[in-house]
Design a binder for this molecule. Structure first.
Ligand code: NAI
Length: 420
C-alpha cells in the first residue's frame, strides 16, 4: 500500500496512492459509482496507465451505522488521517441523540480549516443569469471559527443569565435590548485562524495565475472580529507576500499623500503581474457577484459569509447538482473533497441524480495531488457531455432539446469521451 506523505508542507504522491472514499447515503452510491469510473478513466488516459488510484472504502453515515452501530467509526478517521486525502459522498445527518453533523465532525477532527469552492460556468447548464459565463471564482471560506464554533446559550438558562449579568456588571454593556429574554451566541475570530485561511487563498491565487483576491467581511459593524479578519489579511499580504502582492490598503495609504502616486503604484503592480488584494463588505459582495461577477476572482472570507456566498454563487452557475467542494488543511495536507449537496432522498435509487458535484470534487482532488492533466480531462469531458445535451433529469427539465439519461449512463458517456 502506498500512502501520500507531506514533507515540509509539500505533498508527495506515489503513482498508486491509497485514497479512501465514503460512497455516502441516499444518492451517494449512484453518484460514487459513476464518479469512480470517470476518475479512473481520466487518470488512465492522462498517464497511460502509469498512475492509478487505489480506492479504499471507509464507512460513515447510515451505512456505517447499519454495519457497525456507529455513525462515524474511529477506523474511518484513522484511515483518512493516514491516507491524508479522501473523497466523500453526501451523508444523512443523524437526527437527535446529540450527534453532531458528520460533516462538521470530520472537518473539526482533521482541522480542515479551508472550505474551497470553485464556481465556474459550464456552457449549456441552466442558469438564472444572462451571462453566467462571466462567473469564475474560487471561494476560500474559513471553516473552524465564527458563529459556527457552537458557543450559544439558550434563553432563560442559568448560563445565559450569568453571562448577561457579567456583561452588564463587569463590562458595562448597556446595549442588550431585552436582557430578560435574550439568547446569546459568541463569535470567535482569531488572527491565527484568519491568516492561515488567507495565506491558503493567496498561495492558491499565485499558483493559479489569478489576478485579484477579495477579503469579504462585515468589519463596518463587527469591527474587531470581521474587521480583524480584514486587517490581519492586509497585514499578512504586506509582510509575507509583499513581493507578490499589492493591496488596496497600500493604495489608500499612498492616496492620502497623493492620488497620482497611488495610481502609479497600482499601475506598476498590475504591469508586474502582482496579485491585487482588495476588500468588500459582505452585503455589498452579494450584489457585486450578481452585477459584476467578472471583477472577482479568488474570495477569502469568514465562515458565515462564506456559507451565504457559496450557495448564492452555486445558484448563479447551475445549482447544487454541479457545485464541487474541498475541505483542506494546507499545513498538515489533510483534505476531504465532497459533493456539496445532500443525500437527495426524494430521488435516491431512481438513476436521476446528477453526479457532477462529486465528479468535479474528484477533479479538485486530482488537481490537489498535482495530477492536473487528469483533472483537466474530467472537466473537459463534462464540458463536452453538457454541450451534447445528454444530461441527468435535473438539467434535462430546463435545457432545450436535451435527452435525459440516467446517472450511470451519464457516467458511461463521460468514460466513452475519455476513451476517444
Ligand atoms: P439535498 O441537497 O439532499 O436535496 C435538496 C434538493 O436538491 C432535492 O430536491 C434533491 O433531489 C436535489 N438534489 C440534491 N442533489 C442532487 C443531485 N446530485 N442531482 C439532482 N438533484 C439533486 O438537501 P436536503 O433534502 O435538505 O437533505 C437531505 C439529507 O442530506 C439530510 O439528512 C441532510 O442533513 C443531508 N445533507 C448532507 C450534506 C453533506 O453530506 N454534505 C449536505 C446537505 C445535506
Amino acid at each position: 500500500m502506498s500512502y501520500i506523505t507531506i514533507e515540509e508542507e509539500t505533498i508527495r504522491v506515489p503513482d498508486h496512492p491509497v485514497i479512501p472514499f465514503i460512497a455516502g447515503d441516499g444518492i451517494g452510491p449512484e453518484i460514487w459509482s459513476a464518479t469512480k469510473q470517470v476518475l479512473d478513466a481520466a487518470v488512465h488516459k492522462a498517464y497511460a496507465g502509469q498512475k492509478q488510484i487505489q480506492w479504499q472504502e471507509v464507512l460513515a453515515g447510515e451505512k456505517a451505522f447499519n454495519k457497525t452501530g456507529e455513525w462515524l467509526p474511529k477506523a474511518t478517521l484513522e484511515t483518512i488521517q493516514k491516507a491524508k486525502v479522501a473523497l466523500k459522498g453526501p451523508l444523512t445527518t443523524p437526527i437527535g441523540g446529540g450527534i453532531r453533523s458528520l460533516n462538521v465532525a470530520l472537518r473539526q477532527d482533521l482541522d480542515l480549516f479551508a472550505c474551497v469552492r470553485p464556481v465556474r460556468y459550464f456552457t449549456g447548464v441552466p442558469s438564472p443569469l444572462k451571462e453566467p459565463e462571466k462567473t469564475d471564482m474560487v471561494i476560500f471560506r474559513e471553516n473552524t471559527e465564527d458563529v459556527y464554533a457552537g458557543i450559544e446559550f439558550e434563553k432563560d438558562t442559568p448560563e445565559v443569565q450569568k453571562l448577561i449579568q457579567l456583561l452588564q456588571t463587569d463590562f458595562g454593556v448597556k446595549k442588550i435590548r431585552f436582557p430578560e429574554s435574550s439568547a446569546l451566541g459568541i463569535k470567535p475570530i482569531s488572527k491565527e485562524g484568519s491568516q492561515r485561511l488567507i495565506a491558503a487563498a493567496i498561495d492558491y491565487a499565485l499558483a493559479n495565475g489569478r489576478k485579484t483576491l477579495t477579503l469579504v467581511h462585515k468589519g463596518n459593524i463587527m469591527k474587531f472580529t470581521e474587521g480583524g479578519f480584514k486587517k490581519w489579511g492586509y497585514e499578512l499580504a504586506e509582510s509575507r507576500y509583499k513581493e507578490q502582492t499589492f493591496t488596496m490598503n497600500q493604495y489608500a495609504t499612498l492616496a492620502k499623500e497623493s492620488q497620482e502616486a497611488a495610481k502609479t503604484a497600482y499601475d506598476q503592480a498590475l504591469a508586474a503581474g502582482k496579485l491585487i488584494i482588495n476588500d468588500v463588505i459582505a452585503d455589498n459582495m452579494l450584489q457585486q457577484i450578481l452585477l459584476y461577477p467578472e471583477k472577482y476572482d479568488v474570495i477569502a472570507t469568514c465562515n458565515l459569509n462564506g456559507d451565504y456566498i457559496s450557495d448564492a454563487l452555486a445558484a448563479q452557475v447551475g445549482g447544487i447538482g454541479i457545485a464541487p467542494g474541498g475541505n483542506i488543511n494546507y499545513q498538515t495536507g489533510h483534505a476531504i473533497f465532497e459533493a456539496t449537496h445532500g443525500t437527495a432522498p426524494d430521488i435516491a435509487g431512481l438513476g436521476k441524480a446528477n453526479p457532477c458535484s462529486m465528479l468535479l470534487s474528484g477533479s479538485m482532488l486530482l488537481a490537489y495531488l498535482g495530477w492536473q492533466e487528469a483533472s483537466d480531462l474530467v472537466e473537459q469531458a463534462i464540458e463536452k457531455a453538457l454541450l451534447n445535451k445528454k444530461v441527468t433529469a435535473d438539467f434535462a427539465h430546463s435545457m432545450e432539446n436535451a435527452t435525459e439519461v440516467t446517472t450511470a449512463e451519464f457516467g458511461q458517456i463521460l468514460v466513452a469521451l475519455l476513451q476517444e
